[in-house]
Ligand binder design. Structure first.
Ligand SMILES: C[S@@+](CC[C@H](N)C(=O)[O-])C[C@H]1O[C@@H](n2cnc3c(N)ncnc32)[C@H](O)[C@@H]1O
Length: 479
């Protein structure tokens, strides 16, 4: 945000200044509303961020304010600093005239047409003291005024939000200032109560990152909302990545409500819970006991306990037993979209009006509709990009050991397997992924194969999701 065009000739923040200047000229800002500089401050003192900006103001009768504000002549001269109102009460005449704040402090800087117009329409020009304080400036602006000049070029204020936690990934040069950076981020974002900085280490098995508190309260159990679902989890012991929300939505979108979905590395449920909410029957698994615990809770909180079953076992064992589990203990058939209370009421009213019996009071209303149960898995989801491909050999023979299963799999399940590749060209990336998948499956894949670039995780590392139909020869392999 541009608050000033005053550039110190000796300033090292040349690039920042140049950008400011370009934008400033475009917006014709000539007021210095930048915060006072306090370089080297290590503990935040909000009180030193005070500034009085002398602003030219036109005194106008209250009745004429609207007209003058809308006039063509004033278009380019009215105050346009963010968060500052261009009309204020005249302190010298609280019940009468208004002051129109202008975007200059000197009458000579007003465009000719505005000056002439105000000479005719206003009751005169005065200097108004615009008072700014800590609340006025953005986190970036405050930090630009605090950090050493050599750190001004970049901005350390980027962060991701999970529930009430902001997590930052500060570069080494910012670490000496981590607490003050955290405090400013905390102050400037009302929904944030905790600010953490990611540490380099990550839990290699369960993929959650280690973190240190840099500001706010040490509360790590978050409530986060995604895909119309509520997720509660302990951010210090389970994996969660808000950047994956479009990937979560993309896959869930692919599922039909009648499908049975087996999520091998389910985490706290960002695929499993929305899929169940859609109507899918879900087997959701995670080896991390904390993930499984919160997954269970999220299933309950989102009222999908009838549709989602939680397991806490190694992905390989889960893949091997999923088909048998769905067969031995089938899910109820999909019963159509869940109606809201008001939709239910409306439906009942219509039925009664049409002379049909009121389903809610008829004798068998509590009975589920007799229909085929859901026994066959339609999708396997495998989001453990570092090593999911290594688990693919577990699919060999998943239908072979249990002969009755073969009868219900008229269509083989789809497998959606996330992975990383160092190949940046899509064609090479797809070739690389396909080769590794086929090697591990011990069989070529050819049916319904597609690749989706999920995101770039590093300059030379991409995350993909390969989807393919499990080859029958793999599912029925006898070894
Ligand atoms: C990258 S996270 C994905 C979680 C979730 N699906 C999501 O999209 O946020 C991978 C998950 O796999 C779990 N995990 C790691 N190794 C596992 C294994 N051998 N078997 C089952 N789950 C495992 C981790 O605990 C973690 O929750």
């Amino acid at each position: 945000m541009i608050r000033s065009i005053i550039i110190q000739p000796h300033s090292k923040c040349f690039l920042v200044a140049r950008n400011y200047l370009t934008l400033a000229m475009r917006r014709q800002i000539t007021l210095d509303a930048s915060p006072p500089v306090h370089r080297g401050m290590m503990e935040l003192d909000q009180t030193v961020f005070q500034k009085t900006v002398p602003v030219l103001a036109a005194r106008v009768p209250a009745s004429k304010t609207g007209l003058i504000l809308k006039s063509d002549q004033m278009k380019k001269s009215l105050m346009n600093l963010p968060k500052v109102r261009s009309v204020v009460q005249d302190p010298a005449d609280p019940n009468g005239a208004r002051l129109l704040l202008l975007r200059v402090s000197d009458e000579a800087d007003l465009p000719e047409n505005a000056r002439t117009y105000l000479a005719a329409e206003s009751e005169g020009l005065i200097t108004y003291d615009l008072k700014l304080n800590y609340d006025y400036w953005t986190a970036d602006e405050i930090l630009q005024a605090i950090l050493p000049e050599e750190l001004c070029d970049g901005s350390p204020t980027g962060f991701a939000i999970t529930g009430h936690i902001a997590h930052m990934n500060l570069n080494d040069e910012y670490l000496p200032y981590k607490h003050i950076i955290g405090q400013v981020v905390l102050d400037k974002n009302v929904k944030i109560r905790t600010v953490v900085n990611k540490l380099d280490s990550i839990d290699h098995q369960f993929r959650f990152f280690k973190m240190e508190l840099i500001a706010g309260v040490p509360e790590y159990i978050v409530e986060h909302h995604e895909s119309d679902c509520r997720f509660t989890f302990d951010f210090t012991t389970v994996y969660w990545n808000s950047r994956l929300h479009t990937e979560h939505e993309r896959l869930v979108e692919m599922f039909n409500p009648e499908d049975v979905v087996a999520d091998v590395f389910a985490g706290v449920g960002p695929f499993a819970v929305p899929a169940a909410k859609k109507g899918c029957a879900v087997l959701a698994n995670d080896l991390n006991p904390n993930s499984a615990k919160y997954l269970e809770r999220n299933v309950k909180d989102n009222k999908v306990s009838e549709l989602a079953r939680v397991f806490c076992e190694d992905g390989r064992d889960f893949i091997r037993s999923a088909a048998k589990r769905a067969f031995d203990d089938p899910f109820l058939a999909y019963a159509g979209p869940k109606l809201t209370r008001s939709q239910e009421k409306e439906l009942r009213k219509r039925q009664v009006a049409q002379g049909k019996p009121d389903a809610s009071t008829s004798a068998d209303s509590a009975q589920p509709t007799p229909a085929a149960h859901r026994k066959a898995i339609s999708h396997f989801v495998m989001n453990l990009p570092d090593s999911a491909i290594q688990f693919l050999d577990a699919f060999r023979g998943i239908l072979a050991e249990n002969r009755p299963l073969s009868g219900i799999y008229s269509k083989m399940p789809m497998v959606h397997c996330h992975c990383f590749t160092r190949e940046l060209e899509p064609e090479n990336a797809e070739k690389d992924i396909k080769q590794r998948v086929e090697e591990k499956l011990g069989h070529p894949i050819s049916e319904d194969v597609s690749y989706h670039l999920v995101r770039s995780v590093a300059p030379n590392k991409e995350m993909y999701c390969i989807s393919f139909r499990l080859p029958p020869d793999v599912a029925y392999a006898s070894e």
